[in-house]
Design a protein around this ligand. Structure first.
Ligand SMILES: [Zn+2]
Length: 359
């Protein structure tokens, strides 16, 4: 019986174990499929969030580059805009960009923490697929963090940078205009100075040699000096329209010399240039003739009223400057009874009469 029962029991056991094996096999396949479903949802959700994080990081990096550029433009434009309006606006935009960056940094950190937390929970709940699937589905429902404010901040900053650069160009144009104006003013001043110089030169020429240095040669014997003689007082007494300028070295190479510098209108004071190294010699006989000759030029300039050359040419038959010099020697003879001897030592009575008119 035992044997018999054993024979009977064996197939039952075999059948039963076959049944259990099929049930277990079916159950295991479903479990794996559920895990895979959870994994698929989790993978999709993770990928979505990773994409969002990468996009935020990219836009934040882009904004930082624009902020650095804005900072450089702000620094470089100091003192190079007509007013501070655009630079003040740029600073405001930079501040706004900084705020945006901080806010997004925080949002990114929060999103990353959500992802990390869900990943932990997912791994630990994977042995029970329904829970893991719930975690994955929750993660999939996490809203994206928008990068709109990062992009808006970058756009606003670029507009502000462009405004500052435009203001810099306006400033440069203004600087160029000022420089051109200054250059034009300088050119005009130089031209006016040149014209004035040319006019003075022309006046000098028309004066008939008032600017020629009169320098007689040394006398054969030493001449007596006059210790009480005062050059300025002497000139003032015969040519009140003249004044003396002492020019050291003026007569280097001469025994003595003098130079009358005429110009302007007839009443313009005439400068008589003398050499301070020769004060003593001016007090001797020859020196006095030079002072008188130069004083005569001052009086000629006043007397002939613009026709100094023509009138003296008519009196002497000489031409140009030589006529004026000749008559200055005649005028010297009128005063002293002798001349410098440089242009003439004697004059006709008509010439002396004419020369006397200037004194
Ligand atoms: Zn002269």
């Amino acid at each position: 019986m035992l044997v018999t029962r054993g024979r009977i029991a064996l197939p039952v056991i075999v059948v039963c174990s076959l049944v259990f094996s099929v049930i277990a096999g079916i159950s295991y396949q479903g479990y794996r499929a559920a895990q895979q479903d959870a994994r698929d949802v989790m993978k999709s959700a993770t990928s979505e969030i990773d994409g969002n994080l990468a996009s935020l990081a990219h836009d934040a990096a882009g904004l930082k580059v624009v902020v650095i550029r804005a900072d450089r433009v702000y620094t470089d434009s100091g003192g190079k805009t007509l007013d501070e309006t655009t630079r003040t606006a740029l600073i405001a935009s930079m501040t706004q960009a900084g705020t945006s960056l901080v806010q997004h940094e925080q949002s990114r950190d929060n999103l990353q923490a959500t992802l990390d937390d869900a990943t932990q929970k997912f791994i630990s709940s994977l042995p029970w697929p329904p829970t893991a699937l719930g975690v994955a589905q929750d993660l999939a429902r996490t809203p994206d963090v928008s990068d709109a404010s990062l992009i808006a901040a970058a756009t606003e900053l670029i507009v502000a940078i462009t405004a500052v650069q435009t203001a810099e160009i306006a400033w440069q144009v203004e600087q160029a205009r000022i420089a051109a104006e200054k250059a034009a003013a300088e050119a005009a001043a130089a031209e006016a100075a040149a014209a004035e110089e040319a006019a003075r030169e022309a006046a000098s020429r028309s004066s008939g040699g008032g600017t020629i240095t009169t320098g007689p040669g040394p006398p054969p014997e030493a001449l007596a000096t006059d210790p009480g003689f005062n050059v300025e007082a002497y000139i003032a007494s015969i040519a009140p329209n003249a004044y003396v300028s002492w020019i050291p070295g003026l007569c280097d190479g001469f025994y003595i010399c003098g130079r009358a510098q005429v110009g302007g209108i007839p009443t313009t004071p005439v400068e008589i240039r003398l050499d301070p190294n020769l004060r003593e010699i001016y007090s001797n006989r020859l020196g006095k003739s030079v002072l008188t000759h130069e004083s005569a030029h001052a009086r000629q300039w006043l007397y002939y009223d613009g026709s100094i050359i023509a009138d003296n040419e008519a009196l002497t038959g000489l031409s140009g400057v030589a006529a004026v010099e000749y008559m200055a020697d005649c005028a010297t003879i009128v005063i002293l009874g002798y001349s410098t001897g440089t242009y003439t030592s004697s004059c006709t009575s008509a010439q002396l009469a004419a020369a006397s008119l200037i004194w």
